[in-house]
Design a binder for this molecule. Structure first.
Ligand code: AMP
Ligand code: ZN
Length: 109
């Protein structure tokens, strides 16, 4: 059995509030939100961290990056949003599957 929590969410083995999914990536709500909107955007392919991504994964990573502003708009954050990737123990990474924190507050208009 796969021990990686986010791989298990991707596989549908663990519940999550999924807001977006395609063939390569998934976005779901952080279980301990730090902001009114707090999504985790992950590649479906397992990378232990950003430091484990290789050149052959550039298209996948580009796809994920380009999806971030689209997801922000869908979450009502067309005015702006924050992104963060914690990498490694010293970087505050707790879950060893690459993920982007997408946070912010929906704007009123
Ligand atoms: P990081 O410190 O960057 O590794 O952040 C890990 C994030 O994953 C934290 O904000 C946790 O709240 C979140 N998290 C851990 N397990 C789950 C889960 N099963 N579903 C949703 N979010 C999770
Ligand atoms: Zn994983």
């Amino acid at each position: 059995m796969d021990a990686c929590v986010f791989c298990r969410i991707v596989a549908g083995e663990l519940p999550a509030s999924v807001v977006y999914e395609d063939e390569a990536i998934m976005a779901f709500k952080d279980q301990h939100p730090e902001a009114p909107v707090h999504l985790l955007v992950v590649p479906k392919k397992h990378f232990a961290s950003l430091a484990h991504v290789e050149a052959e994964d550039a298209a996948l990573m580009g796809h994920l990056m380009l999806k971030l502003p689209e997801l922000a708009v869908l979450q009502g954050m067309a005015q702006g949003f924050k992104t963060r990737i914690n990498t490694g123990r010293a970087g505050g990474q707790e879950v060893a599957h690459l993920h982007v924190h997408l946070t912010g507050r929906p704007s009123l208009k």
